[in-house]
Design a protein around this ligand. Sequence first.
Ligand code: DGJ
Length: 732
Amino acid sequence: MLNIKYYDNDRSFHLTNGKISYVMNILRNEQLGHVYFGKSIQYMSSIIDCRTNLIVPLSPCVFDGDELFSLENTPREYPSYGKSDYRQPVYQVKNSDGNTISNLVYKSHKITDGKPKLAGLPATYVESDDEAKTLVVTVVDAYLKLEVELFYTIFRDFDAIARSVRFINHGDDLRLLCAQSMCMDFHDCDYEMMQLDGAWGRERHINRRKLSAGIQSVESSRGSSSAMHNPFVGMLKQTTTEDHGDIYGFNLIYSGNFRGSIEVNVFDQTRVNLGINPFDFEWLLEKEESFQTPEAIVVYSDKGINGMSQVFHKLYRSRLARGEWRDKPSPTYANNWEATYFDFTEQKIIDLAKQSKELGLEMLVLDDGWFGKRDNDKCSLGDWYTYDEKLPNGLDDLGRKINELGLIFGLWFEPEMVNMDSDLYRAHPDWIIRVEGQSICHGRNQHILDYSNPKVVDYIYEMIEKVLSSAPIGYVKWDMNRNMTEIGSAYLAKSRQKEVPHRYILGLYGLLERLTNKFPYILFESCASGGNRFDGGMLYYMPQTWTSDNTDAVERLSIQYGTSVVYPLRSMASYVSPSPNHQQGRSTSLKMRSDVAMFGTYGYGIDITKIDENVKKEMQSYIGTAKSNRDLIAYGDFYRLMSPFDSNFTAWLCIDGKKEKFVLGYYKVMSKANPELRKVKLVGLDESKNYMCVETGIKYSASQLINVGMFMPEEEMLDGDFISYLFNFKEV
Ligand code: DGJ
């Protein structure tokens, strides 16, 4: 079924895996035209009708004497500005003549098995060549001597297409002003745009809005993919729900500045562009230099938002995440941050570890404050050596003691940053991102190291490598707590200053590649003040990301629900935190906090040395449940059932691949007097099976759970605010 075919008569390409189809053709002006993307089709020549047969008044036309061919309303694959198309271009080059006109026309194409790697950038991959096929179409501008390779990979097992672009300059110096990863033109505009918006502490909330004329977009210019908008754009019908209807998902595998835009033109056509943010971007491409864009993943599903999410989940957890921990669920853990903040001693950490052991946890993570002279957030970032007064016996000794208890020892770093009050900054004040002659903003009293400078990256590699080799460290939390301002580099030439944000990300990726190769056994977790960099780029190096600093159970319902639109549960780091909650002061039960954290990685961020016997027993039982459900949660199929964005209730379930068992989470936020009878209709079950609820012993047919639903226990009505239930089901 997996096939990429070139039809010589039509000069067209059809990519299919039997479930989705992608069709494009070579237009009359030799540029590449877009024809179709969606559910798989039986290809017939009649599909190729990219020629518009309407004369568009006022539109410039391409051929003399021919008023029928304008690019203004022609669907295209990789469009430029300046040759009769007035929609947003997906690339723009400034040439040595000083203008930005270019004309990329078909030169050749190549169809291969498998999927090539992207130099220096994270990307989806295959483990054997029969998993995917790749089409590379080479288009050229003969005058500029610019060659551009357009990559399209279609996967056998995932209804997704991976796209990226490589520019190769054989002529005079060029400046890329825009180099995005993909464009897709649609013939209609009757859609909504879906985006994942937020801020610190309330990341990735789902936002749907009807498309209207003009450009609607999401973007980041902060140097990180950001908590404000995720590098994801969805396009779906107004009638599309979690389980029904058409949806297209576009996701950029990139951790820096991006823009995803949707433009509706006067002919009710829609253009989706996604890639590096062209705002404030410029890249000098000298003769024989090349530029590789990040990869964009394009998914189509006719099975609603859940259907699209499951494609992303399966692809990302098996063919984007890598390394030993890709196929292992995260260990259960305790983290000392919200338990002690900076105020801890070696003994306190050991006590936390001992109690972790008794609770049944498997890892102890020592968070911020173990290095330099770090007692607050004003100093020591960059000085990655042990704070002797706090840890007099050193990291190795502490790690061994924790290991002797049978726990993994985990450690926090923030390797991209430096405080001015640090030995590193005092030695290298020119190693931070800044511009000469301008004052500099700080963020959390810290500054960003200039990772566009390979010397800085090498230095940090040496430092981190030394620490990781010096002690039995099995987990690293890689934090990053501010965004870029006054973007400039003392290392780069004046002509390359606009390259800093992308070069920074390339420097970061290079560093992560080296460290993860050197320490393959270490579980890396990405973090950026919580979820300020929750993206596929980081997922390539680290199978999990701290989902949000906000650990309030109610807010986490929205954050985790929204994050799951694209990212798998295996990637969502979460733990049970203190109540009242430290980020917004709400008090919730231990059960509710645990039932929410359960749908991610699972741990405790509480001072567990101070709990009484009853709480200890309660925690032990939740930890037991988390362990018994973790394979299911990490590798099962996740279905969102009731949205916290729509009502007072949230429900979701996770079912194993064989549909033999599943776990259902149900959450009520506010209590109500004289309430309605509440039930949840389940989806994703095997309709031919019967299941028993382990907690109640009640048996149900799957068709009953799907069509009638499961009634929630009566006490749910009267138990007050913040109530949750976790029901395990197995096939009977
Ligand atoms: C921000 C992170 O999101 C927190 O979990 C914690 O690690 C702090 N940084 C430590 O400074």
